[in-house]
Ligand binder design. Structure first.
Ligand code: G1P
Length: 290
Protein backbone atom coordinates (compact mmCIF):
# COMPACT_ATOMS: atom_id res chain seq x y z
CA UNK A 1 0.00 0.00 0.00
CA UNK A 2 1.23 3.49 -0.87
CA UNK A 3 1.51 6.21 1.78
CA UNK A 4 -0.88 8.99 0.75
CA UNK A 5 -1.65 10.80 3.99
CA UNK A 6 0.51 12.76 6.41
CA UNK A 7 -0.15 14.28 9.80
CA UNK A 8 1.76 17.31 11.07
CA UNK A 9 1.25 18.09 14.76
CA UNK A 10 1.46 21.87 15.18
CA UNK A 11 -0.48 22.62 18.34
CA UNK A 12 2.51 23.20 20.62
CA UNK A 13 2.86 26.51 22.40
CA UNK A 14 6.46 27.08 21.29
CA UNK A 15 7.66 28.16 24.70
CA UNK A 16 11.30 27.55 23.76
CA UNK A 17 11.02 30.53 21.40
CA UNK A 18 9.33 33.12 23.57
CA UNK A 19 8.79 36.02 23.20
CA UNK A 20 8.67 35.46 19.38
CA UNK A 21 5.95 32.83 19.78
CA UNK A 22 3.68 34.89 21.99
CA UNK A 23 1.57 35.95 19.00
CA UNK A 24 3.28 34.03 16.16
CA UNK A 25 2.91 30.24 15.78
CA UNK A 26 6.38 28.72 16.11
CA UNK A 27 5.77 26.87 12.83
CA UNK A 28 5.65 30.26 11.06
CA UNK A 29 9.14 31.33 12.13
CA UNK A 30 11.11 31.51 8.87
CA UNK A 31 14.38 29.93 7.85
CA UNK A 32 15.68 32.59 5.46
CA UNK A 33 12.29 33.58 3.98
CA UNK A 34 10.15 30.45 4.28
CA UNK A 35 8.24 29.33 7.41
CA UNK A 36 9.55 26.10 8.92
CA UNK A 37 6.22 24.33 8.37
CA UNK A 38 6.47 24.96 4.62
CA UNK A 39 9.75 23.01 4.49
CA UNK A 40 7.92 20.12 6.16
CA UNK A 41 4.99 20.27 3.76
CA UNK A 42 7.28 20.45 0.73
CA UNK A 43 9.15 17.37 1.99
CA UNK A 44 5.84 15.51 2.34
CA UNK A 45 4.65 16.53 -1.12
CA UNK A 46 8.03 15.62 -2.68
CA UNK A 47 7.63 12.22 -1.04
CA UNK A 48 4.31 11.51 -2.76
CA UNK A 49 1.91 12.63 -0.02
CA UNK A 50 -1.44 13.88 -1.35
CA UNK A 51 -3.40 14.82 1.77
CA UNK A 52 -1.99 16.57 4.82
CA UNK A 53 -3.68 17.09 8.16
CA UNK A 54 -2.22 19.83 10.34
CA UNK A 55 -3.14 19.47 14.00
CA UNK A 56 -3.42 23.05 15.19
CA UNK A 57 -4.56 24.80 18.32
CA UNK A 58 -5.73 28.18 19.47
CA UNK A 59 -3.74 31.15 18.08
CA UNK A 60 -2.49 29.20 15.04
CA UNK A 61 -4.61 30.96 12.44
CA UNK A 62 -1.53 32.32 10.65
CA UNK A 63 -0.73 28.77 9.47
CA UNK A 64 -4.09 28.46 7.69
CA UNK A 65 -3.74 31.94 6.22
CA UNK A 66 -0.28 31.12 4.93
CA UNK A 67 -1.46 28.14 2.87
CA UNK A 68 -4.67 29.85 1.75
CA UNK A 69 -5.02 31.83 -1.47
CA UNK A 70 -4.40 35.55 -0.99
CA UNK A 71 -6.25 37.17 -3.89
CA UNK A 72 -5.49 40.70 -2.73
CA UNK A 73 -1.73 40.05 -2.54
CA UNK A 74 -1.74 38.19 -5.86
CA UNK A 75 -3.60 41.05 -7.61
CA UNK A 76 -1.13 43.55 -6.16
CA UNK A 77 1.93 41.56 -7.33
CA UNK A 78 0.35 41.04 -10.77
CA UNK A 79 -0.39 44.74 -11.18
CA UNK A 80 3.22 45.60 -10.24
CA UNK A 81 4.57 43.02 -12.71
CA UNK A 82 6.32 41.06 -9.94
CA UNK A 83 6.00 37.70 -11.68
CA UNK A 84 8.62 35.84 -9.62
CA UNK A 85 7.01 36.75 -6.29
CA UNK A 86 3.56 36.01 -7.71
CA UNK A 87 4.71 32.48 -8.56
CA UNK A 88 6.09 31.98 -5.04
CA UNK A 89 2.83 33.15 -3.48
CA UNK A 90 0.66 31.06 -5.82
CA UNK A 91 2.75 27.95 -5.17
CA UNK A 92 2.32 28.34 -1.41
CA UNK A 93 -1.44 28.00 -1.68
CA UNK A 94 -1.44 25.05 -4.07
CA UNK A 95 1.16 22.73 -2.54
CA UNK A 96 -1.19 19.98 -1.39
CA UNK A 97 -4.67 19.27 -0.11
CA UNK A 98 -4.28 20.62 3.44
CA UNK A 99 -6.81 19.90 6.19
CA UNK A 100 -6.92 21.25 9.72
CA UNK A 101 -8.19 20.04 13.05
CA UNK A 102 -7.68 21.48 16.50
CA UNK A 103 -6.19 19.67 19.45
CA UNK A 104 -8.23 21.25 22.19
CA UNK A 105 -5.83 20.64 25.09
CA UNK A 106 -2.04 20.19 25.16
CA UNK A 107 -2.00 16.50 26.13
CA UNK A 108 1.08 15.39 24.24
CA UNK A 109 2.21 14.10 20.85
CA UNK A 110 0.36 10.80 21.22
CA UNK A 111 -2.88 12.63 21.82
CA UNK A 112 -2.22 14.99 18.88
CA UNK A 113 -1.77 12.01 16.55
CA UNK A 114 -4.92 10.40 18.00
CA UNK A 115 -6.84 13.50 16.84
CA UNK A 116 -6.03 12.37 13.25
CA UNK A 117 -7.82 9.01 13.49
CA UNK A 118 -10.86 9.94 11.38
CA UNK A 119 -8.72 11.67 8.75
CA UNK A 120 -6.40 8.67 8.44
CA UNK A 121 -8.96 5.86 8.62
CA UNK A 122 -7.58 2.39 8.06
CA UNK A 123 -4.37 2.99 6.13
CA UNK A 124 -0.71 3.50 7.00
CA UNK A 125 0.23 7.17 7.28
CA UNK A 126 3.16 9.50 7.85
CA UNK A 127 3.81 11.78 10.81
CA UNK A 128 6.26 14.67 10.44
CA UNK A 129 7.25 16.81 13.40
CA UNK A 130 7.73 20.48 12.67
CA UNK A 131 10.83 20.94 14.83
CA UNK A 132 12.86 18.53 12.70
CA UNK A 133 13.94 19.88 9.31
CA UNK A 134 15.95 17.57 7.07
CA UNK A 135 18.11 18.65 4.18
CA UNK A 136 18.83 15.67 1.93
CA UNK A 137 19.20 14.65 -1.68
CA UNK A 138 16.24 12.24 -1.58
CA UNK A 139 13.53 13.72 0.69
CA UNK A 140 13.70 12.11 4.11
CA UNK A 141 10.11 10.89 4.04
CA UNK A 142 10.61 9.45 0.54
CA UNK A 143 13.50 7.33 1.89
CA UNK A 144 11.07 6.04 4.51
CA UNK A 145 8.13 5.38 2.17
CA UNK A 146 10.51 3.40 -0.07
CA UNK A 147 11.38 1.20 2.90
CA UNK A 148 7.72 0.92 3.88
CA UNK A 149 6.86 -0.32 0.39
CA UNK A 150 9.55 -2.96 0.66
CA UNK A 151 8.77 -4.13 4.22
CA UNK A 152 5.04 -3.32 4.55
CA UNK A 153 5.69 -2.40 8.17
CA UNK A 154 5.96 0.78 10.27
CA UNK A 155 9.19 2.77 9.79
CA UNK A 156 10.72 5.28 12.21
CA UNK A 157 13.29 7.87 11.03
CA UNK A 158 16.35 7.79 13.28
CA UNK A 159 19.88 9.15 13.77
CA UNK A 160 22.62 8.17 16.18
CA UNK A 161 23.09 10.84 18.88
CA UNK A 162 25.89 11.45 21.41
CA UNK A 163 25.40 9.61 24.75
CA UNK A 164 24.71 12.90 26.55
CA UNK A 165 21.74 13.64 24.26
CA UNK A 166 19.68 10.45 24.64
CA UNK A 167 17.47 12.08 27.29
CA UNK A 168 16.07 14.49 24.67
CA UNK A 169 14.65 11.80 22.39
CA UNK A 170 12.68 8.62 21.97
CA UNK A 171 15.34 5.88 21.92
CA UNK A 172 15.25 2.47 20.23
CA UNK A 173 16.26 -0.94 21.40
CA UNK A 174 16.94 -2.42 17.99
CA UNK A 175 18.99 -4.91 16.02
CA UNK A 176 20.64 -4.17 12.67
CA UNK A 177 19.06 -5.85 9.64
CA UNK A 178 21.29 -4.33 6.98
CA UNK A 179 23.03 -1.00 6.34
CA UNK A 180 21.18 1.77 8.24
CA UNK A 181 18.11 -0.42 8.83
CA UNK A 182 17.15 -1.85 12.22
CA UNK A 183 14.33 -4.04 13.43
CA UNK A 184 12.89 -2.52 16.59
CA UNK A 185 12.52 -4.58 19.75
CA UNK A 186 11.45 -1.78 22.06
CA UNK A 187 11.27 2.02 22.42
CA UNK A 188 11.62 4.33 25.39
CA UNK A 189 10.81 8.03 25.58
CA UNK A 190 13.58 10.30 26.92
CA UNK A 191 15.47 7.75 29.05
CA UNK A 192 18.13 8.65 31.59
CA UNK A 193 21.54 8.10 29.91
CA UNK A 194 22.27 5.04 32.09
CA UNK A 195 18.95 3.42 31.07
CA UNK A 196 19.16 4.10 27.33
CA UNK A 197 19.19 0.85 25.32
CA UNK A 198 21.13 2.51 22.46
CA UNK A 199 21.97 5.90 20.93
CA UNK A 200 19.46 5.44 18.10
CA UNK A 201 17.12 8.40 18.46
CA UNK A 202 13.74 9.12 16.87
CA UNK A 203 14.02 12.17 14.62
CA UNK A 204 10.48 13.38 14.04
CA UNK A 205 9.61 11.19 11.03
CA UNK A 206 7.29 8.20 11.24
CA UNK A 207 5.33 5.88 8.98
CA UNK A 208 2.80 4.19 11.16
CA UNK A 209 0.24 1.47 10.64
CA UNK A 210 -3.34 2.38 11.59
CA UNK A 211 -3.49 -0.07 14.53
CA UNK A 212 -1.74 2.73 16.45
CA UNK A 213 -5.09 4.49 17.02
CA UNK A 214 -6.59 1.59 18.96
CA UNK A 215 -3.41 1.57 21.08
CA UNK A 216 -3.42 5.36 21.56
CA UNK A 217 -7.01 5.18 22.78
CA UNK A 218 -5.70 3.30 25.81
CA UNK A 219 -2.28 4.92 26.27
CA UNK A 220 -1.93 6.63 29.63
CA UNK A 221 0.29 9.69 30.24
CA UNK A 222 4.01 8.89 30.31
CA UNK A 223 7.16 11.05 30.32
CA UNK A 224 6.37 14.66 31.24
CA UNK A 225 2.79 13.67 32.17
CA UNK A 226 1.87 13.61 28.45
CA UNK A 227 0.41 10.91 26.22
CA UNK A 228 3.52 9.83 24.35
CA UNK A 229 3.52 8.52 20.79
CA UNK A 230 6.65 6.54 21.69
CA UNK A 231 4.71 4.61 24.38
CA UNK A 232 2.04 3.61 21.84
CA UNK A 233 4.72 2.63 19.28
CA UNK A 234 6.26 0.41 21.95
CA UNK A 235 3.00 -1.57 22.12
CA UNK A 236 2.70 -1.69 18.32
CA UNK A 237 6.32 -2.91 17.99
CA UNK A 238 5.48 -5.81 20.30
CA UNK A 239 2.59 -6.81 18.02
CA UNK A 240 4.03 -6.29 14.53
CA UNK A 241 7.42 -5.78 12.86
CA UNK A 242 8.64 -2.17 12.97
CA UNK A 243 11.84 -0.79 11.45
CA UNK A 244 14.19 2.08 12.22
CA UNK A 245 15.91 3.79 9.28
CA UNK A 246 18.99 5.99 9.69
CA UNK A 247 18.03 8.35 6.90
CA UNK A 248 20.53 10.12 4.69
CA UNK A 249 20.70 13.89 5.16
CA UNK A 250 21.35 16.63 7.70
CA UNK A 251 18.74 17.10 10.36
CA UNK A 252 18.24 20.38 12.20
CA UNK A 253 16.34 20.80 15.46
CA UNK A 254 14.77 24.14 14.65
CA UNK A 255 12.79 24.07 17.91
CA UNK A 256 16.09 24.76 19.65
CA UNK A 257 17.73 28.18 19.35
CA UNK A 258 21.17 26.87 18.40
CA UNK A 259 19.70 24.31 15.96
CA UNK A 260 17.61 27.09 14.44
CA UNK A 261 20.64 29.35 13.95
CA UNK A 262 22.58 26.50 12.31
CA UNK A 263 19.70 25.85 9.92
CA UNK A 264 19.42 29.55 9.09
CA UNK A 265 23.14 29.88 8.28
CA UNK A 266 23.36 26.65 6.27
CA UNK A 267 20.17 27.22 4.30
CA UNK A 268 21.27 30.77 3.49
CA UNK A 269 24.60 29.41 2.23
CA UNK A 270 22.68 27.12 -0.15
CA UNK A 271 20.72 30.00 -1.66
CA UNK A 272 22.17 31.20 -4.99
CA UNK A 273 20.83 34.73 -4.40
CA UNK A 274 22.55 35.06 -0.99
CA UNK A 275 25.38 32.55 -0.77
CA UNK A 276 28.29 34.55 -2.14
CA UNK A 277 27.79 37.73 -0.14
CA UNK A 278 26.77 35.88 3.00
CA UNK A 279 29.81 33.57 2.85
CA UNK A 280 32.08 36.58 2.51
CA UNK A 281 30.33 38.28 5.42
CA UNK A 282 30.75 35.19 7.66
CA UNK A 283 34.38 34.89 6.65
CA UNK A 284 35.07 38.54 7.44
CA UNK A 285 33.21 38.24 10.73
CA UNK A 286 35.17 35.17 11.84
CA UNK A 287 38.54 36.56 10.80
CA UNK A 288 37.92 39.96 12.36
CA UNK A 289 38.32 41.75 9.02
CA UNK A 290 34.78 43.08 8.95
C1 G1P B 1 9.38 14.27 20.26
C2 G1P B 1 9.22 12.77 20.47
C3 G1P B 1 10.58 12.09 20.64
C4 G1P B 1 11.46 12.45 19.45
C5 G1P B 1 11.58 13.98 19.33
C6 G1P B 1 12.46 14.43 18.17
O1 G1P B 1 9.86 14.85 21.45
O2 G1P B 1 8.39 12.54 21.61
O3 G1P B 1 10.41 10.70 20.74
O4 G1P B 1 12.73 11.84 19.60
O5 G1P B 1 10.28 14.56 19.20
O6 G1P B 1 11.87 14.28 16.97
P1 G1P B 1 9.85 16.45 21.72
O7 G1P B 1 11.10 16.98 21.09
O8 G1P B 1 8.61 16.98 21.09
O9 G1P B 1 9.86 16.59 23.20
Amino acid sequence: MRIRKAVIPAAGLGIRFLPATKALPKEMIPIVDKPTIQYIIEEAVDSGIEDILIITGRDKKAIEDHFDKSRCLEDHLRSKGKQDLLEIVEKTSSLAEIHYIRQKEPRGLGHAVYCARRFVGNEPFAVLLGDDIVSSEVPCLRQMTDLYEEMQASVIGIKEVPPGDVGKYGILDAEPVRDNIYIIRDLVEKPAPEDAPSRLAIMGRYIIEPEIFEILAHTTPGAGGEIQLTDALKVLAAQKPMYGLIFEGDRYDVGDKLGYLKAMVEFALQRPDLAEEFRQYLHDLMTGTR
